[in-house]
Design a protein around this ligand. Structure first.
Ligand code: ADP
Ligand code: MG
Ligand code: MG
Length: 210
C-alpha cells in the first residue's frame, strides 16, 4: 500500500469521527428507547481515542498497526458492549490487511473481522444488533469484489446496503444486549449500533472516494 496506506487510515478514521460527533445526540436518543442511552457518548469517546492512537508515531507507520492501535484504544475508551465489538472489528480488519490493500484482501479482512465479531458477541442475523448492518455490508463488499469492482466502488455499494439494512432494523425485536429486556419498546426504531455502523462506513466511503 506504500505511504498512501497510513494516511488513508487517518483520513478514514477522521471522517468517521466527524460523522459520529455530528450524530452523537441522535445515537444516544436511539439507545435510550429501550436501553441506557450511552451509545452516542461511547462512540464519540471511542472514535476520539481511536483517531489519536492511529496517529501516534509508531502505530501510524502501517495500516495494520494503525487499525490495531485504533481498535484497542476504541475498546478501552468507549466501554460497553459496542466498544469491545467495534474494537475487534477495527483490529481484525487491520490484521487482515497485513499484506497490503487490494479488493481481495479488503473483503477477506472484513469477512475475518465479522467472524471474530460474531464469535465475541454471539449475535445471530435478525437479533437486532450491529450485525444486521455489518452482515449485509460484508456480503455486498464480497459480491462487488467478485464482480470486479475496485475497493472504493465496492465499499461505497456496501455502505449503501448497510444504510438500508440499518433502517430496516426498526422492524426487528432485539434479542441481544440491554435492549432485549424492553424489546417491544424498540419496535419502530432502528438499532443504535446498526445505525452507527452505517454512519461509519458511509463516512469511510466518502474518504475513499476523495
Ligand atoms: P451498552 O449496551 O453496553 O450500553 P452501547 O449502547 O454502546 O453498549 O451499544 C449498544 C449496541 O451494541 C446495540 O445497539 C447493538 O447493536 C450492539 N450489541 C450489543 N450487544 C451485542 C451483541 N451481543 N452482539 C452484537 N452486537 C451487540
Ligand atoms: Mg447503551
Ligand atoms: Mg452502557
Amino acid at each position: 500500500d506504500g505511504p498512501a496506506g497510513p494516511r488513508l487510515v487517518d483520513r478514514a478514521l477522521t471522517a468517521a469521527l466527524e460523522v459520529i460527533e455530528a450524530n452523537e445526540d441522535e445515537l444516544g436518543r436511539l439507545d435510550a428507547v429501550a436501553a441506557d442511552g450511552d451509545h452516542g457518548l461511547g462512540m464519540t469517546r471511542g472514535m476520539r481515542a481511536a483517531v489519536a492512537a492511529a496517529r501516534s508515531a509508531e502505530a501510524g507507520d502501517t495500516v495494520p498497526g494503525g487499525l490495531l492501535a485504533a481498535g484497542t484504544a476504541f475498546a478501552d475508551a468507549a466501554g460497553g458492549a459496542s466498544g469491545a465489538l467495534y474494537g475487534v472489528l477495527l483490529a481484525e480488519t487491520g490484521a487482515g490487511l497485513r499484506d497490503g490493500i487490494t479488493a481481495q484482501s479488503l473483503t477477506a479482512a472484513v469477512d475475518g473481522a465479522v467472524a471474530a465479531f460474531v464469535e465475541l458477541g454471539g449475535a445471530q442475523p435478525g437479533d437486532k444488533t450491529m450485525l444486521d448492518a455489518i452482515g449485509p455490508f460484508a456480503d455486498t463488499l464480497r459480491d462487488q469484489v467478485t464482480a470486479g469492482a475496485d475497493p472504493a466502488a465496492a465499499w461505497t455499494a456496501a455502505a449503501e446496503r448497510a444504510t438500508a439494512a440499518a433502517a430496516a432494523t426498526a422492524d426487528l425485536l432485539p434479542a441481544r444486549g440491554r435492549a432485549a429486556r424492553l424489546a417491544r419498546r424498540s419496535l419502530g426504531h432502528p438499532d443504535p449500533g446498526a445505525t452507527s455502523f452505517a454512519l461509519l462506513v458511509t463516512a469511510v466511503a466518502a474518504a475513499l472516494n476523495e
